[in-house]
Design a protein around this ligand. Structure first.
Ligand code: SAM
Length: 292
């Protein structure tokens, strides 16, 4: 069956008139998460660019996909990008896959996609597995606004620096961590952020999928309870900082002090409140505290 039979008009056009680069997510553990569309696209493109062709051979074989593969990884991405763009411009279609999950998310592919966009080559991404989004959606932490940090720096000092940025961050932080560093990282989180609520998602979609949550100490207790608890793949999520709604930025406080020299505190508090979008009463109280 042709790809065009179930896809949108734009997509149909892309398949028939314009060669396209397809970004194709693959399972992060459970092969049943491979979508029918992913299988179809991978079967019908001219080339599959894979992060590791030997690793992906098993997946492709499992789904009886016989498309030719070539490698695209962090060490050859520039060279491959030039070659693949030539093929795409020549009318061939290409699918990009990584070892697991969504390409470009802590995986290669950015150089290729950016170049395709620059050259006006059609790029189409299929939705699918991604460890960060899978973990976040089941974490119980706020999802309305979050930041994905990829992997934290490896060196302790740089990692602590990156964690310090979370001290006042009012939304959830999500990052990936390797098993050999997971305990050190959670210990660093405890040192830098105190007993902030965290969730560590392990082995998502696999037999031993686990969510360990609570304070950093609770998660350390889980990780050290058994050697197996530090093995596998991990997503770490950190709850937002509890922002004190009464906290007044220093610039606002400074303006309040200046205005108080020229007008009554009540009026100064109203002006500063409207300028900084703060609560008038909180500013009034802060003004009284400052005078006292
Ligand atoms: N592109 C992938 C994605 O979309 O999730 C991520 C690739 S990144 C190189 C690999 C990291 O993702 C792992 O070290 C781990 O932190 C996380 N990861 C991948 N699969 C996972 C799983 N099944 N459970 C938990 N974390 C996973």
């Amino acid at each position: 069956m042709a790809l065009s039979s179930y896809l949108t008009k734009d997509y149909t056009t892309a398949m028939t008139d314009t060669a396209t680069l397809y970004i194709v997510p693959t399972p992060i553990g459970n092969l049943d998460d491979m979508s029918a569309r992913a299988i179809r696209v991978l079967s019908e493109v001219n080339w599959i660019a894979a992060e590791d062709t030997r690793h992906s051979a098993r997946l492709l074989q499992h789904f009886s996909i016989g498309t030719k593969t070539l490698s695209l990884h962090e060490h050859n991405e520039d060279k491959r990008t030039a070659m693949l763009c030539e093929r795409l411009k020549g009318g061939e279609s290409v699918a990009l896959i990584s070892d697991a999950g969504t390409p470009l998310i802590s995986d290669p592919g950015f150089v290729l996609v950016r170049k395709c966009r620059e050259l006006g080559i059609s790029v189409s991404a299929l939705p699918g597995p991604c460890a960060a989004i899978t973990a976040l959606s089941a974490s119980g932490l706020p999802t309305d606004k979050f930041i994905f940090e990829g992997f934290l720096p490896v060196k302790t000092q740089a990692r602590e620096g990156a964690l310090s940025a979370l001290l006042d961050r009012p939304f959830t932080t999500v990052f990936y961590e390797a098993p050999r560093r997971i305990l050190d990282t959670v210990t660093d989180i405890q040192r830098v952020l105190g007993e902030r609520n965290i969730v560590v998602a392990k082995e998502l979609t696999k037999t031993f999928e686990t969510y360990a949550s609570g304070s950093a100490q609770d998660v350390i207790d889980y990780l050290t309870a058994e050697p197996a608890h530090q093995k596998g793949e991990f997503v770490v999520m950190i709850a937002p900082a509890q922002i004190n709604e009464q906290a007044i930025p220093s610039e606002a406080m400074s303006l309040l002090n200046t205005l108080c020299e020229h007008m009554p505190l009540k009026k100064a508090a109203a002006v500063v409140a409207s300028h900084y979008d703060l609560k008038k009463n909180a500013l009034y109280q802060a003004g009284l505290d400052a005078k006292a």
